[in-house]
Design a protein around this ligand. Structure first.
Ligand SMILES: [Zn+2]
Length: 459
């Protein structure tokens, strides 16, 4: 590893604020985990998914047998079938197929090895220490263990492991991910866990909304978010701040609506916003992806957009967006009689695309004013987020704005790109020197969770 003691970007390379536990496992981790058990592991979840995504039925047992026999070609085979690269294309079924190699191994540990469910979280935390990270906020969904208490048990164990991992100056915090389709019951279960085990408050500092965002507009999270804010206000010392993935993959709606969702997520009171690609990708490029799917959106989205434009028309107009309030009011009345799920088709022209840029400017300024932080994850967006090339990556636009910004690795294991490499990528693809980039972004530790608790402690 590089000596980063004199590196002005060392604070960025050692503070990981956007990472998912499942994405942390490296090829080395897979080999260490699977080598003792490869003959017994049920690989079918991987083999079947790989068949669906790539039309091939690989034999993982044979790779691990080669590795155990000292044949490095086995390592190469594991790498080819696990690391997700640009060559795989922005295809989530292919990502899932490769990810299932890990799932098969972790399932074996959970189902067949005594205390095996501890091994995944422990190793994911260790991986950060090995890569030189000094502070990490690690998120995770609970794996589907098929038992109703699995959700609580997994988060309890992972939170405790995060607390236990804090030695020698290494600090780990844990942020459970809530399923978007059932966020309220999941949040209440989590709160119950924390009431039952108050020592876990040290480990659990927030909640995360992740996975598929399409179909889950920020307003659908309003109730649970309000409950979280109320609970935080009632007991700031035990506050859970909100992390919210938004504007990452949004082919189900217009570019205007995707921009709006990012702004609305900030208005929900999320502390940090994951990705927000919709705010930084050139609209001309964005509109050309996936056969121009952004020309279509549901009536319900269009109505939300009209309401947003009417509510924010002053700020939008100041940013250069043309708002015809009378025409919008008429359109709203016309759409009221339509089915909310009916698809509208509204093609883009040059003028409308240029207007989206002004909307992005407005949303970025509002997010800056609100104080939410954008988390940008270079490799993830290039490989999975349909950002077509490095020079088009939204991080460049974010750097030019005033928004608070951090760099995260998202899935450093399966992307084979640890945090320091992601930060170096930003340096290599911007016009800024390392020193200037640090001056622009500042120390990411200032954006870690816990601010509300600190306020409670000092008041
Ligand atoms: Zn993420």
């Amino acid at each position: 590893m590089d000596d980063i003691s004199t590196d002005p970007l060392a604070p960025l390379k050692t503070c990981e604020l956007h990472v998912h536990m499942g994405g942390c496992f490296s090829v080395d981790d897979l080999i260490e985990l699977a080598a003792p058990y490869y003959r017994d592991i049920d690989w079918s979840i991987f083999v079947d998914a790989f068949d669906m995504a790539y039309g091939l039925r690989p034999d993982p047992s044979e790779w691990f047998a080669r590795v155990v026999a000292g044949d490095s070609s086995g390592i190469d085979a594991i790498r080819r079938h696990f690391i997700f690269t640009e060559e795989d294309g922005p295809d989530f079924s292919r990502f899932q197929a490769k990810f299932n190699l890990l799932i098969a191994i972790i399932r074996h540990y959970i189902q067949h090895i005594p205390d095996g469910e501890l091994e995944g979280p422990r190793r994911a935390l260790d991986r950060h220490r090995i890569e030189g990270v000094r502070y990490v906020e690690m998120r995770s969904n609970a794996p589907d263990t098929g038992d109703p208490e699995g959700f609580v048990r997994f988060h309890r164990l992972t939170a405790q492991l995060s607390i236990d991992a804090c030695t020698d100056g290494f600090i780990a915090r844990y942020v459970p991910s809530l399923p978007r389709s059932a966020a309220m019951p999941a949040y209440l279960e989590l709160r119950q866990l924390l009431d039952d085990k108050p020592d876990l408050h040290e480990g659990i500092v927030g909640v995360d909304f992740c996975n598929v965002e399409e179909g889950f507009p920020p307003r659908s999270a309003a109730d649970v978010v309000r409950r979280i804010h109320d609970d935080n206000a009632a007991n700031p010392a035990h506050a859970l701040e909100i992390l919210y993935h938004v504007g990452e993959i949004y082919f189900d709606k217009s570019l205007e609506s995707a921009v709006r969702w990012c702004h609305e997520a900030a208005e929900l009171g999320a502390r940090r916003l994951g990705h927000c690609t919709a705010l930084g990708l050139d609209p001309v490029v964005a509109a050309g992806r996936r056969g121009g799917s952004h020309v279509r959106e549901k009536v319900s989205e269009r109505l939300d957009q009209i309401d947003y434009d009417l509510t924010h028309h002053k700020g939008l107009e100041d940013a250069g967006v043309e708002i015809d309030t009378a025409a919008l009011a008429v359109e709203r009345e016309q759409l009221r009689g339509s089915s909310p799920d009916q698809l509208l088709h509204r093609p883009y022209d040059d003028h409308r695309l240029e207007q989206v840029i002004h909307r992005q400017d407005y949303a970025l300024r509002e997010i800056t004013r609100i104080g939410a932080v954008i988390e940008s994850c270079p490799s993830s967006n290039l490989r999975l987020g349909s950002v077509p090339s490095p020079e088009l990556h939204p991080v460049h636009r974010f750097i030019q704005s005033d928004v608070d910004l951090v760099i995260g690795a998202d899935d450093p294991g399966i992307f084979d790109s640890p945090l320091r490499r992601e930060v170096e990528w930003v340096v290599e693809t911007t016009h800024l020197t390392p020193q200037r980039l640090f001056e622009r972004l500042g120390d990411p530790l200032s954006h870690r969770l816990g601010r509300l608790r600190q306020g409670a402690a000092s008041s």
